[in-house]
Design a protein around this ligand. Structure first.
Ligand SMILES: Nc1ncnc2c1ncn2[C@@H]1O[C@H](COP(=O)(O)OP(=O)(O)OP(=O)(O)O)[C@@H](O)[C@H]1O
Length: 224
């Protein structure tokens, strides 16, 4: 499902030359249907690992294989289709402020030209699942932080991705809303989606025990 083999990553410097290595010799494999925490202090490389897992970057060394596609060999034109199979949740929500809750969730399906009749059923079911039925006409600013984050999860999964990647999804939330968000991700995982969550909180993995990959200074220093 996800395989990192001796992955190295350098971001380009302002002149376009390779900058310092921010990931070095990172190797792990995540099976289908697993739940994995990515832990580590600020600057450890968690977001960089997740950006590789979204096919938003290619490794500068080693290989990343996502859903059977090796990123170093993939053609540029193949990446959009791969990215559509991967759902992404960001810490800062990134909802469209002028659209209603309903339209935010429906957007990925509309962009994929799915028929409106099937969009209606899928969006209604998801809004109910995340506890937002009755609030479908509200714009994001008329929802609480926890509700907005649950909406981003609904939007990330409405097209039924095989892999869901969440970067610090609870850092803007209070403890109760954070627990509710993690409970949703865990339930999604029980239904079969492979889930990867990066966090620097130690409380969350204690609440939902699962495999933990620990990064420090761009290296994998723990896996268990
Ligand atoms: N676009 C970029 N260009 C250059 N360097 C970058 C870029 N993005 C991240 N870095 C560097 O890569 C290293 C790892 O950053 P990354 O964001 O992956 O860490 P992180 O563990 O997610 O940190 P945080 O918890 O603070 O979000 C850091 O030294 C950071 O400065």
């Amino acid at each position: 499902m996800v395989r990192f083999a001796r992955v190295a990553l350098c971001y380009p410097d302002p002149r376009g030359r390779p900058g310092p290595e921010v990931l070095r010799d990172v190797s792990f494999t995540l099976g289908e249907g697993t739940f994995t925490w990515i832990l580590g202090p600020s600057g450890a490389g968690k977001t960089s690992v997740l950006r590789l897992m979204q096919a938003a970057l290619r490794p500068t060394g080693g290989e990343v294989e996502l859903l059977g596609v090796a990123l170093s060999r993939a053609r540029r034109g193949d990446l959009p289709a791969l990215r559509r199979r991967i759902g992404v949740v960001h810490q800062e929500f990134r909802l469209l402020s002028h659209l209603s809750a309903w339209d935010n969730v429906a957007l990925p399906l509309r962009l994929a030209s799915v028929a409106e009749s099937s969009i209606r059923a899928d969006v209604a079911e998801l809004l109910q699942w995340i506890g937002l039925d009755g609030k479908e006409d509200r714009r994001p600013e008329e929802l609480s932080g926890g509700e907005q984050q649950r909406l981003t999860i609904a939007r990330a999964i409405v097209a039924r991705p095989s892999l869901l990647v969440a970067d610090e999804p609870t850092s803007e939330l209070d403890a109760r809303q954070a627990r509710r968000t993690i409970a949703l991700l865990a339930e999604l995982n029980r239904q079969g989606t492979t889930v990867v969550v990066a966090t620097h909180s130690e409380d969350l993995p204690a609440r939902h025990p699962a495999r933990m990959l620990v990064l420090e200074g761009g290296r994998l220093v723990g896996d268990g």
